[in-house]
Design a protein around this ligand. Sequence first.
Ligand code: CO
Length: 135
Amino acid sequence: MIGRLNHVAIATGNLQQAADLYKTVLATNDQVSEPQALPEHGVTTVFVNTGNTKLELLEPLGDSSPIAAFLERNPAGGVHHLCFEVEDLDSACAQLTSAGMRVLGEPKIGAHGLPVVFLHPKDCGGVLIELEQTK
Ligand code: CO
């Protein structure tokens, strides 16, 4: 069902510091995007292009950010979710549901303008998985 690893999302309480780590130490300036505020998702993002995939650095935005609870439990930040590409999100959701897996809510338009859903981490070995439709 799953295709390419689209991104690894990393939650951070300090987006500038996280971006600087990649701009100056682990990667180069031209691999790192400018911050983008996504109020409808409750996060500000910076993308790091590593060639075969991306990192999505996430900082909470607003009062009800979906990553606020994660950062309370992990104040130093950490890996928040993995995102895999699927060709047909509706049929993937139907297959997963019939396999007894919990799809969290209905597909929504994600940070890249494409439909996404999340799968319950307790059904995925403790990992929050995002599925993104490829087009
Ligand atoms: Co994501």
